[in-house]
Ligand binder design. Structure first.
Ligand SMILES: Cc1cc2nc3c(=O)[nH]c(=O)nc-3n(C[C@H](O)[C@H](O)[C@H](O)COP(=O)(O)OP(=O)(O)OC[C@H]3O[C@@H](n4cnc5c(N)ncnc54)[C@H](O)[C@@H]3O)c2cc1C
Length: 387
């Protein structure tokens, strides 16, 4: 079992109360309407969730990465859409600017992002480049001191909300000496001419989160909008995704915990053959397995978060993040299947949250690197020459 500090556990209680009061009563309706609740994003900002890991000079709390994982787990325990909104806003929006940005970029974007007044997105995936992110086709050309961006991105979280202020776009900015594409990241503010946010996707789950395709046609931004060093885009997004995977694992832990708690409650209330279904070993043993999943996934996730907080070397972090993400997300999918079964016919009905968790869980095995990509990273960490 993971033992977090007393401060982390006290913080967990604060987020748990917030999610119970501000998200739980409304989420079924938002999910049904595919409504992105900007007003709750602002409230999450007021609580300091977006600024947890940011320094105080930008309005953040200067807390550790473990605290962010606690917040994502607790929001995700109530709703996965709001959980991914927080995860992507910090892990994919704020962190790349914080880690790679210039003082000017940080000063321009971070105060509003940290306060939850605005959102930033990370545009890596394209129609021809997902797992194979190096196959990016979007181009950025330096012309007369300005970057001109052309291309398409897809499946980008938090990219088209009314409060989205900026998207970090990965693009080819040239060719390296070894003939491979030079990749860099460029900050493209919302509303820049030629930057079109296409209509939102009709998704299987995460209905209350914001996801869009994006197109860029001769989008022109100042040279100073280069994020980090030119040509370092590939290593930047690898580092960004390591952290993101730990955070996605935390989201999965929240999902497993929700399945566990909802199943225990239902198994105590629902009677068949004159006794609660929890009295039947066939049900109770399935719920016992949920405890194992929750505890093992939580242990792996907070172990990876602790490595991140301790400044562990990149290779160690990459492997721990991949292990945590792989186990926690595959367990979340299994946990939703078990919980749906415990609920019987009601597991298939939207009047209980289980159906929503069932729909929401699948993407955890895909976003920020599929399960296969995690296995690839783990196998490579063993020195296996796997392609
Ligand atoms: C709701 C949602 C939100 C998202 N948000 C963002 C975001 O904010 N920013 C962003 O940039 N992206 C985002 N993504 C994209 C996501 O990260 C990609 O979908 C994911 O990385 C997989 O890429 P792909 O869809 O191109 O699948 P592919 O890469 O086409 O993979 C298809 C299948 O092939 C398998 N496969 C591919 N290569 C290998 C290999 N070498 N070995 C074994 N199996 C392999 C995959 O595991 C998968 O099963 C989001 C996606 C969704 C659905």
């Amino acid at each position: 079992m993971t033992t977090l500090s007393r401060e982390h556990e006290e913080f967990r209680s604060v987020v748990r109360e917030f999610a119970a009061a501000e998200i739980a009563p409304h989420i079924a309706a938002w999910d049904k309407k595919h409504y992105f609740p900007v007003e709750v994003v602002h409230k999450m900002g007021d609580l300091g969730l977006f600024g947890l890991t940011a320094p105080e000079e930008y309005g953040g709390a200067g807390a550790d990465f473990t605290s962010l994982c606690v917040a994502i787990e607790e929001v995700g325990r109530v709703d996965q859409s709001l959980g991914i909104t927080l995860e992507a806003a910090v892990g994919l929006g704020i962190n790349p600017i914080l880690t790679f940005g210039t003082p000017e970029q940080k000063g321009a974007w971070l105060p509003d992002l940290v306060a939850g007044r605005s959102l930033a997105a990370f545009g890596l995936t394209e129609p021809g480049a997902g797992s194979d992110a190096g196959a990016t086709r979007t181009r950025a050309e330096l012309r007369d001191g300005q970057w001109v961006v052309n291309g398409t991105k897809q499946f980008i979280t938090n990219s088209g909300a009314t409060i989205t202020s900026v998207v970090a776009v990965t693009a080819r900015t040239g060719t390296r000496d070894d003939g491979r594409p030079e990749l860099s990241s460029i900050l493209v503010p919302s509303g820049t001419p030629g930057f079109v946010v296409e209509p939102p996707y009709d998704k299987l789950g995460w209905h209350a989160s914001d996801t869009h395709p994006l197109t860029f046609t001769d989008v022109t931004v100042p040279e100073g909008n280069l994020l980090g060093e030119r040509g370092r885009g590939f290593s930047q997004f690898l580092a960004t995704l390591d952290d993101g995977r730990i955070a996605i694992a935390a989201l999965a832990v929240g999902c497993i915990q929700a399945c566990l708690e909802l199943s225990v409650q239902y198994a105590g209330e629902r009677t068949t053959f004159g006794v609660p279904i929890g009295a039947k070993q066939g049900v109770a043993f399935q719920i016992a397995d949920l405890v194992v999943m929750a505890e093992a996934a939580r242990a792996l996730t907070y172990h990876a978060a602790a490595l991140k907080d301790a400044g562990a070397p990149a290779s160690q972090l990459t492997r721990a993040a991949a292990v945590a993400k792989l186990y926690a997300t595959e367990s979340a999918v299994s946990a939703t299947r078990v919980a749906t079964q415990v609920f019987g016919g009601y597991g298939f009905m939207e009047e209980y949250p289980i159906a929503r968790f069932y729909r929401d869980a699948k993407i955890l095995e895909i976003g920020e690197g599929t399960s296969e990509v995690q296995r690839l990273l783990i196998a490579r960490s063993l020195g296996l020459p796997v392609e």
